[in-house]
Each structure stands twice: as structure tokens, then as C-alpha cells.
Design a protein around this ligand. Structure first.
Ligand SMILES: Nc1ncnc2c1ncn2[C@@H]1O[C@H](COP(=O)(O)OP(=O)(O)OP(=O)(O)O)[C@@H](O)[C@H]1O
Ligand SMILES: [Mg+2]
Length: 306
């Protein structure tokens, strides 16, 4: 293993981008001035200190700046990778406007040019742990948000059944089940349907497939890409699986060790085949190896406390 410091040895300071397999490492993490259009999400020198002003104050992320472009009628699939504890969930929850991550200690988090004030219907979240309401059926879980919006039962059930089908659940056999009667993969399908039914502009996914077996996980990756191509949202997706990030992402951000900063930005070619097939390509693997080396160096220096 190389002893070089990844924070200085990556090509981010060189002038041109560098190709690695199906990825292109940008010379530096982009700023708003480098985008063709306005950003959908912008972090401006965001620092989050937990328990600020107390003896147990902890700086989780420091001076984080990045921009994600608002691609009309499209939206990008953004993956965030980084060593454990570097602040990935902190970033996602800041975008969601959820406490205690929100508000940032210093800096600004903007969605479509406006500072975030709290959670909003324009942003939907899917977590790793299955977050369905235990006492509600699958159909009532999927249509919960519509119920809160006052949509009539007939309308929301019609839409709910449509979404059950779209996420690959069986309407006839699954709609009346309760969460405890579902497998992990089925529960995540419910969570995805519950989020997408509300047509959020931004979808925030925090290790959503982390607890699934490899085969189910690959099926869920294929489903996620297929659905995302229909809903035209910007997705932020956190994962510890580098293959998953390279398969799903249009763009990957790699974060440094705590306090987290954005270390590297990669633009990726779009995946045009199922996950299982893509992962066999040498160019796919080359991108994976680059990211794996970078993250192992970060993990190593985190363990060494350097
Ligand atoms: N509510 C909180 N209060 C105090 N410290 C917190 C809180 N939430 C997170 N932290 C700390 O902030 C740091 C970043 O946490 P975060 O959950 O964002 O990391 P992560 O990159 O998502 O990690 P993982 O990959 O393990 O999920 C960690 O050191 C964590 O202990
Ligand atoms: Mg996390």
C-alpha cells in the first residue's frame, strides 16, 4: 500500500481532468462559476460542529463547498463515498433540513438558490434502516405523504397501486401486508415508492441497500436506475459499495477523513447495461480500483490517526 497522502497525491491540483476507466477525475471540485446553468444544490463553505460551544464540540465537516447543476428535465445521480465518520450522512441531512444537522454552523446550504429552512416536499429521503410505519399496510405506507397532503382516498390508492407495480411489488398479494410480513428488499421497495410517489425534486438516499444480500442489492440498483430515468430528479446516494457508486453515479464525490471535506469529483459515463454486466467490464473495474485505492488510503490514515 502506498504511503502517499491521498489529500495531496490525487490529480485534483493539475489543470486537466484525468481519465480512469469510465470515469474522469476533474481537476478540482467544481464551483458555481464553472457550471453551465444554475445549481440545484450548492454548499458554500459549510461547516457543521455538533454540540457547538460545549466541551464535547465536534467538527464533523469543514468548509465543504460543491455544486450540483440543475439539469433541465433530467437531474443527475450523485454518489458520495468516503471513510466511515467523514460526514456523508451529515451532508445528506443538511440537504434534507433535518435537525440536529440543520442548520449548518457556518456557511450556506442552498436548494435552487434559496437557503434551506427545514424539511420540504421538494426533498424526499430513503434511509438504510427500514422506516415504514409498522401499523400501516404497504398501501397505506406508500400513500402516507399523499394522505398528509389531503389527497382523496380513491386517488391516493389508485396512485399507490401504480407505484407498487413500478417498484416491482405485487399489488394483489402485497398491498394489504404489514411491514413485518415483508423481506428487506420488499421494504426498501416500499420506502422508494413512498418517496417517489411525491415526485420530489431531490431524492436523498443514505446507504439504502446496505442491509441487502448481494443479488437483491443488484436488482435494487437496476430498479433504482430505471425509476430514476423516469422521475427526472437529482439523486444524492451514499454508499460504502464502490461498485454501486460507479454503476449508479453520473458523478461521484469522495470525501476526506473527518472533519470531512470534498476531496475529489469524478464524472462518470452512464451505465447502459444491468449492474451484473457492467461490473464485468475492465474499464468499470479500472474506475473501481482507483476509488478503492483512494478510500483505502483514507481509511488507513484514519486508523493511524494521521
Ligand atoms: N448528532 C450528533 N451529535 C454528535 N456527533 C455526531 C452526530 N451525528 C454525527 N456525529 C459525528 O459526526 C461525524 C460524522 O458523522 P456522519 O454520520 O455524518 O458520518 P458518515 O460519513 O455518514 O459515517 P458512516 O459511513 O459510518 O455512516 C462522526 O464522527 C459522528 O460521530
Ligand atoms: Mg452515515
Amino acid at each position: 500500500m502506498s504511503q502517499s497522502n491521498p489529500e495531496t497525491s490525487t490529480p485534483r491540483n493539475s489543470a486537466a481532468s484525468t481519465s480512469v476507466g469510465i470515469g474522469r477525475i476533474l481537476p478540482r471540485v467544481r464551483t458555481a462559476a464553472e457550471l453551465a446553468g444554475p445549481p440545484v444544490v450548492e454548499f458554500r463553505q459549510v461547516t457543521k460542529t455538533y454540540n457547538s460551544g460545549q466541551p464535547n464540540a465536534f467538527i464533523a465537516i469543514k468548509d465543504v463547498s460543491f455544486v450540483v447543476e440543475d439539469l433541465a428535465n433530467n437531474g443527475e445521480f450523485i454518489c458520495i463515498l468516503g471513510p466511515s465518520g467523514c460526514g456523508k450522512s451529515t451532508i445528506l441531512r443538511l440537504i434534507a433540513g433535518l435537525e440536529p444537522q440543520h442548520p449548518a454552523t457556518t456557511g450556506e446550504v442552498l436548494v435552487l438558490g434559496k437557503p434551506i429552512c427545514g424539511p420540504g416536499a421538494d426533498r424526499g429521503m430513503v434511509f438504510q434502516d427500514y422506516t415504514s410505519f409498522d401499523h400501516r399496510t404497504v398501501l397505506d405506507n406508500v400513500t402516507f405523504g399523499l394522505e398528509c397532503q389531503g389527497v382523496s382516498r380513491q386517488q391516493r390508492y389508485a396512485l399507490g397501486r401504480e407505484w407498487l407495480q413500478r417498484v416491482g411489488l405485487n399489488v394483489a398479494t402485497d398491498q394489504h401486508k404489514y411491514p413485518h410480513e415483508l423481506s428487506g428488499g420488499m421494504r426498501q421497495r416500499v420506502a422508494i415508492a413512498r418517496t417517489l410517489i411525491l415526485q420530489p425534486r431531490i431524492i436523498l438516499m443514505d446507504e439504502p441497500f446496505g442491509a441487502l444480500d448481494p443479488q437483491t442489492r443488484m436488482n435494487m440498483q437496476d430498479l433504482t436506475l430505471a425509476l430514476w430515468r423516469d422521475v427526472h430528479a437529482t439523486v444524492f446516494f451514499i454508499t460504502h459499495s464502490i461498485e454501486e457508486a460507479v454503476f449508479l453515479g453520473d458523478r461521484v464525490y469522495v470525501m476526506s477523513n473527518s472533519p470531512g471535506t470534498m476531496l475529489e469529483e469524478l464524472a462518470l459515463q452512464m451505465s447502459d447495461r444491468p449492474s451484473k454486466e457492467m461490473q464485468r467490464d475492465l474499464s468499470f473495474q479500472e474506475t473501481v480500483y482507483h476509488l478503492r485505492d483512494l478510500i483505502s488510503q483514507l481509511e488507513e490514515s484514519r486508523r493511524a490517526g494521521t
